[in-house]
Write a protein that binds this ligand. Structure first.
Ligand code: ACO
Length: 417
């Protein structure tokens, strides 16, 4: 029998969470408390389950999200998460059905784009998503930086770094993050709700959770305004031969000013006993290596696609962001679902951008997923043309697209969702 896909009710949550565990190869029993805590973050009306004879064999959930786009505006996004199909039911189109329903609902709701963090690269291109922001994880050989030999704090008059308890952190960090995502012009950053802050600082957990409470620190500028925040944990690897070997793992580090960025990294790199610093998910163009007296002390551990985007409302998306230069492009976008494709004229200028449907000849044509890849300014139309994913109909149009879409800093999404 074909599994039935339906919107969840609260009673379905235990079976649904069990199915998520099965899909993600987690054999651990779920306690009632864990289900209650996890369930508090699930809007059942935006959650689907696939049921086969009463057993949950597929899971899919979306949530509202604000995505910072080039220029600092927030775009309403449909964030996709908890996607699983039981190993007994794979490759029979269950994900395709759940995705189809969710994207149609998102379009109906008025979301301009859908977003997700892909577990594996080949899954989501089928559904109109393209990789839009990459991430790099660095491991720093801390003794090689030599930064703990002298005072590494900000110069006098340039602010200060303070360790704060999680409760105090929750009083200042959310407001800072809101400012950071609106003003930093670091496209790709997303909003965080109250639940996110409580979960990541320990105010909301369940018993027997293996999660480790972080240290929290705040950078304030000379006027006392919070301009950066960081969370980190530390692990004692060995104390062999009276030599400490500790690993400091950065949770989240966000800085709104260059002073804050330098001060927070220097602070972390000067913590005694720490021999290894793991940066967590950073933008590929993070300044961390170049902040070190010897940049080779930072090794790239992982470099991969991270945030994927699926356009849903092309004019709204393209009008929401800013562009480096004035210009005009006609884009022909192929979308086999019929959700977002068509031919659009994009005109950019100092006052903003206008994007309207047109019958004019196309300068560039591409699949809708390729627009997801170009949107935050990370990839070039020139490279996508070389790959055969963008077709250039007007000579020089790919170069024009690059001049319009590229950004000074690469996009960065700090959060897994
Ligand atoms: C945002 C997130 O939550 S990311 C987490 C994603 N989940 C996981 O990785 C957990 C383990 N994997 C799974 O649960 C499942 O394999 C899923 C959810 C990835 C795919 O579910 P399925 O129901 O098998 O996908 P479905 O049958 O609709 O496949 C659609 C197409 O995608 C392809 N596809 C699906 N998953 C994969 C994959 N992992 N690798 C390569 N291709 C894939 C299929 O081959 C199919 O291609 P086709 O249209 O050319 O025939």
């Amino acid at each position: 029998m074909t599994p039935e896909i339906r919107t969840l009710t609260a009673d379905d949550l235990p079976a649904w969470f069990r199915a998520v565990h099965v899909g993600f190869l987690n054999g651990k029993e779920l306690t009632d408390e864990e289900i209650a805590v996890r369930g508090g973050g699930v809007g059942v009306d935006r959650t689907q389950g696939a049921f086969d004879g009463g057993r949950c064999v597929g899971t899919f959930r979306t949530m509202p999200q604000q995505l910072t786009v080039p220029g600092g505006a927030a775009l309403p996004s449909c964030a996709v998460t908890n996607v699983t199909v039981s190993p007994t039911h794979r490759r029979r189109g269950l994900l395709t059905r759940m995705m189809g329903e969710a994207m149609a609902a998102a379009k109906e709701r008025g979301d301009a784009v859908a977003s997700l963090i892909a577990a594996e690269y080949p899954i989501y291109g089928h559904h109109g998503f393209g990789p839009a922001a990459w991430t790099t994880e660095f491991t720093v050989d801390v003794p090689r930086t030599g930064l703990n030999r002298r005072y590494a704090g900000p110069p006098p008059g340039e602010g200060r770094v303070d360790l704060v308890e999680p409760e105090a952190f929750r009083r200042v960090a959310p407001e800072f993050h809101e400012r950071f995502r609106a003003q930093s012009h670091r496209q790709g950053v997303i909003d965080r709700n109250d639940r996110w802050w409580r979960m990541t600082t320990g105010a909301l957990r369940w018993p027997d959770d293996e999660w480790e409470p972080p240290f929290c620190a705040v950078f304030r500028d000379a006027e006392g305004v919070v301009q950066g925040t960081v969370t980190y944990t530390a692990r004692h690897d060995t104390w062999h031969n009276k030599l400490p070997h500790c690993t400091l793992s950065v949770g989240k580090l966000e800085a709104a000013t260059p002073q804050a960025e330098r001060a927070l990294w220097h602070f972390l790199l000067s913590v005694d006993w720490v021999t290894t610093l793991r940066s967590g998910y950073r933008a590929p163009d993070d300044v961390l290596p170049l902040l070190l007296p010897d940049p080779r002390a930072a090794r790239i551990d992982a470099h991969a696609d991270f945030l994927w985007l699926r356009p849903l409302d092309v004019p709204r998306m393209l009008e929401a962001r800013t562009y480096a230069v004035p210009g005009t492009l006609v884009l022909d976008l192929h979308d086999e679902t019929g959700l977002a494709g068509g031919r659009f004229r994009l005109e950019t200028g100092p006052e903003g951008a206008a994007c309207t449907r047109t019958e004019d000849g196309a300068d560039l044509s591409m699949d809708i997923a390729a627009l997801g890849t170009l949107y935050l300014g990370d990839e070039t139309a020139t490279r996508l043309t070389a790959l055969g994913r963008v077709a250039e109909h007007t000579p020089g149009a790919a170069a024009t697209a690059d001049a319009l879409f590229r950004t000074a800093r690469r996009p960065w999404c700090p959060d897994v969702f």
